[in-house]
Design a binder for this molecule. Structure first.
Ligand SMILES: *Cc1c(COP(=O)(O)O)cnc(C)c1O
Length: 374
């Protein structure tokens, strides 16, 4: 129940345990061809989606080094650890980051971004997260897209945790680059990074002079056009990807989003029924971030759930350490996983001295599931 790495379905594990086929063969090319087509559907774009053998951060780095040059300006929407990371990568490469510091727990305001774009006419790119996993906030990418698409800048969205949980109509909303990772909503082990590239973003590749080698998008796109990869791909992960994309498309992209919305809504209602407070103002459907009640040890909630109840949730990061806990509803899970997590939470909270009526949280969740059952 953590916001990544998430659980991997048994049939995907089996697929990845299969014989490793050689990557320069017609057999593997046909797997990549099928993966590339299905990735577009799951990412909600008609643009190419390149796959890298890296964690999500590798794709974040690729989304900077391929479009920008030394001294370029980029607006970084920072409302948590992952927004901040884009700024750190800019710093490492000599890109001038114009930081928009959103108070943690709040979503970004597109009007502020419009103001920053107006004040800084040379801005090349705007970087945002879809779901800011550290705070549990979902950003309004539709509004952001409406503003950025009217300018010469490109919009890059880190959807590593938000993809499949929070709606993002990338092409319709004007998102130029979607950054993804394998171990969140895509329900695979860690090790794959993804990046989609719009025609507008492809033009930026021509002028970018930042150093790059492995993450060179020109090479990646050239190979992609032939359903190939420039370097040795992570064969077993791509076999697993082929299988999980089938599962997602079989459930349906909209149905997958609806399942996440349902589990998220039940989790939010359940914790509120226990008298707890949500941390984010605009909560993501990937993860629910809950404030630790006063006088309760936040780290102990996470530790006891993991070590005594066998339920892995996440604690807070950075300034939120000990102040929040995060229960995900991301990936391969259903109502009973959410019910178990709430039940485990009730057990642990009572042991830590928090006062509430047993069953209030679980009761709320099962009531909602019963009402929404077909
Ligand atoms: C997990 C996560 C990342 C980092 O991905 P890694 O795979 O750990 O490199 C980046 N952004 C968001 C929003 C995430 O949730």
């Amino acid at each position: 129940m953590s916001p990544g790495p998430t659980r991997v379905a048994e049939e995907v594990l089996l697929k990845m345990a299969d014989t490793i086929i050689h990557h320069r063969t017609p057999q593997f090319v046909s797997v990549l061809k099928s993966v590339n087509e299905k990735l577009k559907k799951v990412f909600g774009t008609n643009n190419p989606v390149c796959t890298f053998a890296s964690s999500g951060t590798g794709a974040m780095e690729a989304s900077i080094v391929n479009f920008l040059s030394k001294g370029d300006k980029a607006i970084i929407i920072r409302g948590g650890k992952f927004g901040e990371r884009f700024g750190e990568i800019c710093l490492a490469y000599g890109v001038e980051a114009i930081n928009y510091d959103v108070p943690w727990g709040e979503g970004c305001n597109a009007t502020v971004v419009a103001g920053l774009l107006e004040k800084n006419p040379g801005v090349k790119a705007v970087y945002s997260t879809l779901a800011e996993t550290s705070t549990g906030v979902v950003n309004d990418i539709k509004q952001l897209g409406a503003i950025v698409s009217k300018t010469g800048a490109i919009l890059i969205v880190d959807a590593i945790s938000g993809l499949t949980a929070d709606e993002m109509k990338a092409d319709e909303w004007g998102v130029d680059v979607i950054v993804g990772g394998s171990q969140k909503g895509l329900m695979l082990p860690p090790g794959l990074g993804f990046m989609s590239v719009s025609p507008k973003a492809q033009k930026f590749i021509e002028t970018s002079n930042l150093p790059k080698f492995y993450f060179n998008l020109k090479e990646a796109l050239k190979a992609y056009a032939k359903d190939d990869t420039p370097w040795t791909p992570a064969v077993s992960l791509i076999m697993g990807l082929d299988s999980i994309l089938d599962m997602i498309l079989k459930e349906g992209v909209d149905a997958t989003l609806a399942r996440h919305a349902k589990l998220a809504e039940a989790t939010r209602s359940a914790v509120k029924a226990l008298g707890l407070e949500l941390y984010p103002k605009s909560p993501s459907n990937a993860v629910t971030t809950v404030k630790v009640p006063s006088n309760i040890d936040g780290a102990a909630i996470v530790k006891k759930l993991r070590d005594e109840q066998g339920i892995t949730i996440a604690g807070g990061q950075d300034v939120l350490t000990g102040k929040v806990f995060r229960i995900a509803h991301l990936g391969y899970m259903d109502e009973y996983d959410t019910i178990s997590a709430i039940a485990g939470l009730e057990i642990v909270l009572s042991q830590l001295g928090y006062k509430f009526e047993f069953g209030k949280g679980v009761g709320k969740a099962i009531e909602m599931f019963a009402k929404s059952a077909k």
